[in-house]
Design a protein around this ligand. Structure first.
Ligand SMILES: Cc1ncc(COP(=O)(O)O)c(C=O)c1O
Length: 420
């Protein structure tokens, strides 16, 4: 560890910034372990959204203060996400309703460049938002869809088999940076290198990855990358990166007076400007987790390193204690030597209970976890669990504490004891 390396993250002062985390349910503070479904927002984000609406916003491009303010909100949000993703140019950032809608829009445009007989690759580890838009676009264009499988023993993608799927007809690889079901982080850089060598474009789903680890679209060398701000402490808005040349050249489905150039070319209709004010605040919240640094990007690099280190500690703590709960099975990577390869998102089953029963019993104690497939339909299918109610998902983010890990483990142990 170098002398100027930022000190370990302490979640307590950070938690204090989140009003939702202070709520009392059943006499105890609520435990939000539902981050992969959507994170809570700090007061600074709530204030930014509220202030935008309070001061008065209008639409873009007008010669009066409320419109000038609106233009400034959009520009600031683009610059913030460009820093978070390390895009070369803020015009490479497109906002939209959410990742799914953005992916449907861009997939339709990209598909215009495909020919019958072309091929694309999707993966079984992905959320359906990075599968169905591509399958539907492929069906429209007479394009073949190939599937990249994962190893069900540790839920890691079989990148070793990617070369077998790639050929001169492959036009696109759609791949997720991290699984929202089992937490596996994929070496997207390596996948992108293989795909590019075959002449295919790479579309990355970074929705689950974004709150946990550093995004760098230049280092990844991907062509597109999408995430959702509500998964990283902001409001409900999606943010897509695309290489400028591609965004410029691709045909967009748009109304006639819309801008001809990125990013406006891709932003159909009126954006949620108040949410965009929250986007900048969310990125600034993350940046402030770092120690001092010269630029916001440098702050984000440090902040995400602190978050990652803290979350790996939490994963280690959770996994070591989970083995003591009778009948509890964790899916995905469980080797504590490999925690850098996963997010602290744990898909589990508990013997004697359906996932829905577990989530309901924990929910009654104010412990919020998801159950089912969480739209990772292909993952549950591959694990043979889709028609069995899926799994329970316990998802930590940096505002969760070791004490919360203890609470959920104690509640699970209690359930296990009831039906042993
Ligand atoms: C990995 C992943 N991809 C895509 C999505 C879809 O994102 P959105 O709700 O922004 O459409 C989600 C949402 O849970 C997700 O977890």
């Amino acid at each position: 560890m170098t002398a100027n390396y930022p000190p370990p993250l302490d979640p307590v002062p950070l938690r204090a910034q989140f009003p939702a985390l202070q709520q009392i349910v059943s006499g105890q503070t609520a435990v939000y372990l539902d981050g992969p479904g959507g994170t809570q927002t700090p007061q600074s984000v709530i204030d930014a959204i509220s202030q935008a609406l309070t001061l008065g916003i209008s639409n873009q491009g007008g010669p009066f203060l409320a419109s000038i303010r609106t233009d400034a909100i959009v520009q600031a949000a683009r610059a913030a996400i460009a820093d978070l993703y390390n895009a070369r140019n803020p015009e490479e950032i497109i906002f939209g309703q959410n990742m799914t809608s953005l992916t449907f829009a861009i997939s339709r445009a990209i598909a215009q460049t495909w020919q019958p007989g072309d091929e694309i690759i999707v993966t079984r580890l992905d959320h359906d938002a990075n599968i169905s838009p591509w399958r539907l676009a492929a069906a429209d264009r007479g394009v073949t869809v190939r599937w990249l499988d994962f190893d069900p023993t540790d839920c890691t993608l079989r990148l070793d088999t990617l070369p077998d799927l790639l050929n001169a007809r492959t036009r696109l690889l759609a791949i997720s940076f991290a699984s929202n079901a089992v937490g596996t982080i994929t070496d997207v850089r390596r996948a992108a290198q293989m795909a590019h060598a075959a002449g295919a474009q790479v579309y990355v789903d970074a929705v689950h990855y974004a709150p946990h680890d550093l995004i760098d679209v230049q280092a990844l060398d991907c062509d597109f990358l999408a995430a959702s701000v509500y998964k990283f402490f902001g409001g409900h808005v999606g943010a897509l990166y695309g290489r400028y040349e591609l965004l410029d050249a691709l045909p967009a489905y748009k109304v006639r007076p819309a801008p001809a150039k990125p990013a406006g070319k891709w932003e159909t209709g009126t954006q949620s400007f108040e949410s965009l004010a929250g986007v900048t605040a969310a990125v600034n919240y993350l940046a402030a987790i770092s120690g001092a640094a010269e630029t916001r990007r440098q702050q984000l690099v440090q902040a995400m390193a602190r978050i990652k280190a803290y979350e790996m500690g939490l994963s280690d703590y959770f996994l070591r204690r989970a083995t003591a709960v009778a009948g509890l099975k964790v899916y995905g990577i469980t080797d504590v030597e490999r925690l850098a390869e996963r997010t602290p998102t744990f898909a589990i089953s508990l013997a004697g209970y359906t996932p829905e029963e577990v989530a309901t019993r924990l929910g009654a104690q104010g412990i919020y976890v998801w159950h089912g497939h969480y739209y990772a339909v292909a993952v549950m299918e591959r694990l043979g669990l889709l028609d069995k109610g899926g799994l329970v998902r316990i998802g930590f983010v940096h505002y969760n504490t070791y004490a919360e890990a203890d609470r959920v483990l104690a509640a699970l142990a209690q359930l296990a004891a009831e039906r042993s």
